[in-house]
Design a protein around this ligand. Structure first.
Ligand code: SAM
Ligand code: SF4
Ligand code: F3S
Length: 455
């Protein structure tokens, strides 16, 4: 436990009566966004207010993602453009947090080539932020804290981005070492939070009006394996389902190697658990899956899908896919097209393989050209567009319970929300509905959403 109260008071004293404002921007996955909310909570305890405009800020924190090269390039571009900002306003403090900083070559590069950056903060070192900021404000030069305190209970309450949707990390890190993936290197080994802490957080969120609880982890269904008094993920889901209140529970991501029948039965048996499963397949080729170290074959994956469809042939599934893994053959790619046609996902999140230094796949020979990879990606997206267009029609005539979450950006006078099946639903309505559950009858479908009317 690292008690920050003394340092927090020192920072308050440094700023004195001057209002101080922070700009915090998170990139990457929802776990990182959740960390960004904790950073904001900590800053708020130091008296910071918040802005969406970096030009107004006294402190800028970029909470970064390292999963693909493009994500890192984007951050370097933004940091580069902040050189001018720092020249014009030398008092502004700039900190880089998140997954990029956990790679020593990146932390070095930031220190060497981006003098506008005052400090870097590692993914497990959020509690080190007050000390770093104080030292930077006192002009102590470039600071870095990439220690692993591993004590998230010491973090002050989060400033949540939404008043009705909340993310709740249930575990941190990953043990799987998929050969393409940087996450285990930048987030460390799996650490599960205690079930009682998770359950009391969910209870509090529900009693303060939150309607959607998103349980987060890189592999939620290996939850609890590292705990002394172990509780499995399906058991945790049942405990959360038993909490009184009107709310829906989602979770992400589930690794197919641990997606048990017990998990699937739990989804069907628990009324508050969303009727949707995000089950990243990555590739339809068993050979590629073996080289990715995913520890399941295409057949294993399909047997889980068959079990789900034996319970509900219309069940909603989404997935992640990587195109252009080293030496992916045409036949491998065809197998990926075959699997998406066989499973009929509602949506896919597809990425062109990005080489991450330090991972095993980065050492694998790769004869596939960028042009072939891009062509395969286009074909994958086109195939999925056809599948979604056809598959979304099954919802027409159905009644869906939708959590309204925004005004439609495409159609005036309309609201969008997500159904239990994780489908975007667009319907006529006004802003007062946002944050509430609404019953909608589906009247039409597109390839990215369904349309309907309130009943
Ligand atoms: N833990 C989750 C799982 O195993 O499903 C995935 C988390 S990762 C942050 C999200 C997605 O990014 C992965 O499912 C994968 O499709 C993609 N991804 C990870 N590393 C990648 C890489 N090197 N190149 C391209 N896509 C990558
Ligand atoms: Fe990365 Fe694999 Fe862990 Fe997911 S399960 S975070 S893809 S190593
Ligand atoms: Fe990116 Fe880190 Fe998440 S690498 S995807 S922000 S765990």
């Amino acid at each position: 436990m690292n008690d920050n109260s003394v340092i927090i008071n020192e920072i308050r004293e440094i700023y004195g009566n001057r209002p101080h404002i922070a700009y915090v921007r998170s990139f990457g996955c929802q776990l990182n966004v959740s960390d960004g909310e904790k950073i904001k909570g900590l800053l708020s305890s130091m008296g910071f207010g918040f802005t969406d405009n970096e030009n107004d800020a006294d402190l800028i924190i970029l909470n970064t993602c390292a999963v693909r090269e493009s994500a890192e390039d984007r951050v370097f571009g933004i940091v580069g453009s902040m050189k001018k900002l720092k020249e014009n306003k030398p008092s502004v403090m700039i900190g880089i947090a998140g997954c990029m900083t956990a790679q020593s070559h990146i932390a070095e590069k930031i220190k060497k080539s981006y003098p506008q950056v005052d400090f870097v903060l590692g993914t497990s070192a959020i509690n080190g932020l007050p000390a770093l900021l104080r030292d930077s404000l006192r002009g102590r030069g470039f600071g870095a804290d990439i220690a692993e305190y591993d004590d998230f209970s010491a973090v002050v309450p989060q400033i949540r981005d939404s008043s009705f949707k909340a993310s709740v990390p249930i575990m941190f890190g990953c043990n799987n070492f998929c050969t393409y993936c940087i996450v285990p290197y930048v987030r460390g080994r799996e650490r599960s939070r205690k079930p009682e802490d998770i359950i009391s957080e969910v209870r509090e969120l529900v009693s303060s009006g939150y309607k959607e609880i998103m349980l987060l982890g890189q592999n939620v269904n290996s939850y609890g394996k590292d705990l002394e008094n172990t509780m499995s993920f399906p058991q945790l889901l049942r405990e959360i389902n038993a909490i009184e209140g009107d709310f829906i529970v989602r979770f992400m991501s589930s690794h197919p190697k641990d997606a048990s029948k017990e998990l699937i039965d739990t989804i069907f048996e628990c009324d508050k658990i969303a009727k949707h499963l995000h089950l990243p397949v990555q590739s339809g080729s068993s050979d590629v899956l073996r080289r990715m170290n995913r520890r399941y074959s295409a057949e294993d994956y399909l047997s889980i899908v068959d079990y789900i469809y034996s319970k509900d042939p219309d069940f909603s599934l989404t997935t992640d896919l990587i195109v252009g893994f080293p030496d992916e053959t045409d036949e491998d790619f065809r197998a990926t097209l075959d699997i998406i046609k066989r499973v009929r996902y509602d949506n896919i999140y597809s990425f062109i393989y990005s080489k991450r230094s330090g991972t095993k796949a980065a050492e694998m020979p790769d004869a596939v050209s960028d042009e072939v990879k891009s062509r395969r990606m286009r074909e994958l997206l086109e195939t999925q567009r056809e599948i979604s267009t056809e598959h979304y029609k099954r919802f027409i005539g159905r009644r869906m319970r939708v959590l309204a979450d925004d005004v439609s950006k495409k159609k005036k006078g309309c609201i969008t929300g997500k159904s239990s099946e994780f489908i975007i639903v667009e319907f006529e309505g006004d802003e007062s509905l946002i944050g509430q559950f609404v019953d909608v009858e589906v009247t039409g479908s597109m390839n990215w959403a369904v349309t309907g009317r309130i009943v």
